[in-house]
Write a protein that binds this ligand. Structure first.
Ligand code: R5P
Length: 288
C-alpha cells in the first residue's frame, strides 16, 4: 500500500504503478484557520510506503508527513517505509555558528518519532544526514536517470559542474555516458581580476550539460551558463535533481543562454519531466 502526500501525489501514483501496488486514498485538507487535517481512508495492513517531499511550503509538507506517519503508526503499522524525494531543511545538517538550530537533525528526530521505520531520499544535500536517523536511511542518486535524458537529447556532450562541489555529479553522469566532464574553477589572474573557466577542457564549439543537485535561486547556473557561452559552448542543457526554482530562477537561466532545463519530479515544477519513480520503486523492491 502506497500513501502519497500532497506534495508527491503523481510520483506516489507512478511508484505504485511500477511496484504493482495500490494507492491508499488520503483526505488531506486545511481547516479554515490553516491547520492541517488528514484522514487515511483505505484499509491498511503492515508494510506501508509513504511518499512525501518536504520542499516549499516546507513546514506544511512536514506537518502533513508527521500526521500521516503518526496516524498509520497508531493503527498498529510498524513497517513504514518513508520516501522523502526532496529533503527540506537539509542544508542545516550541522551547527555552523553557535546557537543555531541543527534543523535537519530536528526534522530527522520528528520523522522517526512519528513512526518511520526506514527512510529513502534522493541526492540529499549532505550524505551525512543519513547518520542523523537511528532507523536505516538510504540516499539514492538520480544521476543515472538524468544521464538517460542526456543520452536521448544530446550527442557527445561535455558534462560540466558549476563548481567543484558538484564535480561528483558531473563525473557520475560522464562515466555512464562515457563522455568527458569538467568543473568551473575560479582563477586569480591578478590581485584585482578573477576569471572563472572550465578547469581542463575547451568547450568551444561543443554541446555542454551543466549539472547540479539543486537549482534554487538559479544564481549558480546563471553564472555557469554565462561562462560557458563566453568560452564558445554551442548548445547548453541544464540538468538538476531538485528543481526548487525560487521565483524567476527559470527565466533567469534561459536569459543567461540555456537551451533546455530539465529536473526530476522530486519536486513539482515546470521542468520536472524526468521521473524518479523507477529509481524509488527499484530501491523499495530491493529493500523489501
Ligand atoms: C549548493 O551546495 C548546491 O549544490 C547548489 O549549487 C545550490 O543550492 C544552488 O543554489 P542557487 O540556485 O541559489 O545558486
Amino acid at each position: 500500500m502506497i500513501i502519497g502526500g500532497s506534495s508527491s501525489q503523481k510520483l506516489a501514483a507512478n511508484v505504485a504503478r511500477e511496484m504493482g501496488d495500490v494507492l491508499c486514498p488520503l483526505e488531506s485538507r486545511k481547516f479554515p484557520d490553516g491547520e492541517r487535517y488528514i484522514r487515511i481512508k483505505g484499509d491498511i495492513s503492515d508494510g506501508v510506503v509513504v511518499v512525501q517531499s518536504t520542499g516549499y511550503p516546507q513546514d506544511e509538507n512536514l506537518m502533513e508527513l508527521f500526521l500521516i506517519l503518526k496516524t498509520i503508526s497508531n493503527m498498529g503499522i510498524t513497517n513504514i517505509r518513508t520516501v522523502i524525494p526532496y529533503f527540506g531543511y537539509g542544508r542545516q545538517e550541522k551547527r555552523f555558528n553557535p546557537g543555531e538550530a541543527v534543523s535537519a537533525e530536528v526534522v530527522c528526530d520528528l520523522i522517526q518519532y512519528a513512526g518511520a521505520s526506514e527512510i529513502y531520499s534522493i541526492n540529499l544535500h549532505e550524505e551525512s544526514i543519513c547518520n542523523l536517523f537511528n532507523v536505516p536511511a538510504n540516499n539514492l542518486s538520480a544521476m543515472p536517470t538524468i544521464a538517460n535524458y542526456v543520452w536521448d537529447n544530446i550527442d557527445d556532450p561535455v558534462i560540466v559542474a558549476p563548481d567543484k562541489g558538484a564535480l561528483g555529479f558531473a563525473q557520475e553522469i560522464a562515466n555512464i555516458l562515457n563522455c568527458e566532464s569538467d568543473y568551473l574553477e575560479k582563477i586569480r589572474i591578478s590581485p584585482e581580476k578573477v576569471e572563472t573557466k572550465p578547469k581542463n577542457l575547451d568547450v568551444d564549439g561543443r554541446d555542454a550539460v551543466i549539472i547540479d543537485d539543486i537549482i534554487s535561486t538559479g544564481g549558480t547556473i546563471v553564472n555557469a551558463c554565462g561562462i560557458l557561452r563566453e568560452h564558445g559552448a554551442r548548445k547548453i542543457l541544464v540538468g538538476c535533481v531538485h528543481p526548487v526554482l525560487v521565483e524567476d530562477a527559470l527565466l533567469k537561466i534561459f536569459a543567461a543562454g540555456a537551451d533546455d532545463v530539465v529536473g526530476t519530479d522530486t519536486l513539482k515544477s515546470e521542468v520536472s519531466s524526468v521521473s524518479v519513480a523507477s529509481l524509488v520503486a527499484d530501491a523499495l523492491k530491493k529493500g523489501s
